[in-house]
Write a protein that binds this ligand. Structure first.
Ligand SMILES: Cc1cc2nc3c(=O)[nH]c(=O)nc-3n(C[C@H](O)[C@H](O)[C@H](O)COP(=O)(O)OP(=O)(O)OC[C@H]3O[C@@H](n4cnc5c(N)ncnc54)[C@H](O)[C@@H]3O)c2cc1C
Length: 329
């Protein structure tokens, strides 16, 4: 039996799963309550390829968990940013001097599942489909609810919140004793679109893949279509597609998500501003209509803990806008 205290983590995302593994390897008894179902059984939420830029800081964390090699086997190297100008020209700006100084595109779902497997191997117990809904810090207990809303109480002497930017644990800590919380909204939103593998596109469009037949454009780059106050980016996925993210002001004069309420308006805008990208997005209208506009904010707290009873980590503690490949890293 472990002599270390028993820890309850809320959230089995990127930070929760990695931290759980690390704590279990140090001899703690760790239980993780995750609101969503097990992605290894139910499929990762959304089912689409959503990817992240993994850089040296994130890799260092994965190395310490013994997982860097595994992750890199399923990652696509990005040597630099490929900048696409409005007149259709493009050029690569390298991140470093050679291929030892690069970043990597990794699947969020794939990475999360690998971290869950590693945590389980280290002895962590996961309780999927169980979301935190309330805490009693004096009694050192919490309430969790399943997908049907059925609630139960659980002992939780030490709580660690890795439940993301909208953290439920943070809300209950803040209600018990204010954390000095401040959120700075960026004012820009984002929407995800997709460039499919080359085989699903008209061959006449495939000019720039640098000889990589599976991909419509150069795979070993983080593509950016910068346009001043807004932009598109695209990160490669191992199966040949790219996840494209459109960043635009949420409100205000054209162009903003408010002035582009539907796919028709958005397509006309893309024809002007992203003329070389639009033909690579055959499901533009479906994706634009179906995918929500996400919000972006930076979260500041004066305190991340409640004297030995609760602690916040990851986005729950310090969510940040992702433009410098930050957050997960
Ligand atoms: C568009 C976008 C692009 C990004 N790109 C990058 C990038 O390229 N590189 C990078 O480093 N970072 C990037 N980030 C940031 C990165 O996604 C986050 O920093 C990272 O996911 C934080 O991990 P986390 O585990 O703290 O939170 P999350 O990944 O949000 O995980 C939180 C987990 O907690 C669970 N949960 C939520 N509420 C409850 C509850 N009440 N009870 C139990 N469980 C709960 C959720 O289901 C989830 O599994 C990006 C973010 C966005 C929005």
């Amino acid at each position: 039996m472990s002599s270390r205290p028993s820890l309850t983590l809320i959230g089995g995302g990127l930070v929760g799963a990695l931290l759980a593994q690390q704590l279990a390897r140090r001899g703690f008894t760790v239980d993780v309550f995750e609101k969503r179902p097990d992605p290894r059984v139910a499929g990762f939420a959304g089912g689409r390829s959503i990817n992240l830029a993994l850089a040296e800081r994130g890799l260092q964390a994965l190395r310490s968990a013994g997982l860097a090699e595994d992750v890199l086997r399923h990652a696509v190297m990005m040597r630099g940013r490929m900048v696409h100008t409005v007149d259709g020209r493009s050029g690569l700006q390298r991140y470093g001097v050679d291929d030892s100084e690069v970043i990597w595109s990794v699947s969020r779902g794939g990475l999360n599942m690998l971290l869950l497997d590693a945590a389980e191997r280290a002895g962590v117990r996961f309780h999927f489909g169980q979301g935190l809904v309330g805490t009693d810090f004096d009694a050192r207990r919490m309430r969790v609810a399943d997908a049907s809303g059925t609630e139960r109480e659980v002992d939780a002497p030490v709580l660690i919140g890795a439940d993301g930017a909208g953290s439920a644990l943070r809300a209950t800590m803040n209600a018990y004793r204010p954390l000095g919380e401040r959120t700075e909204w960026l004012g820009h939103g984002y929407k995800e679109l997709e460039i499919p593998p080359a085989s699903q596109l008209d061959a006449a469009l495939l000019r720039d893949s640098g000889g990589h037949d599976q991909f419509a454009i150069e795979p070993h780059a983080l593509h950016i279509w910068p346009r001043g106050g807004y932009m598109c980016i695209a990160l490669p996925n191992t199966e040949g597609s790219f996840t494209v993210t459109l960043f635009l002001p949420a409100q205000g004069p054209h162009p903003s998500f408010a002035t582009l309420p539907d796919a028709r308006a958005a397509e006309a805008f893309f024809r002007e501003d992203f003329a070389d990208l639009l033909p690579l997005l055959p499901r533009f209208a479906e994706d634009y209509e179906a995918h929500p506009v996400g919000t972006l904010a930076t979260l500041y707290l004066e305190r991340w803990h409640l004297d030995g009873r609760a602690l916040l980590v990851g986005d729950a503690a310090h969510a940040i806008v992702p433009f410098h490949g930050q957050g997960m890293n």
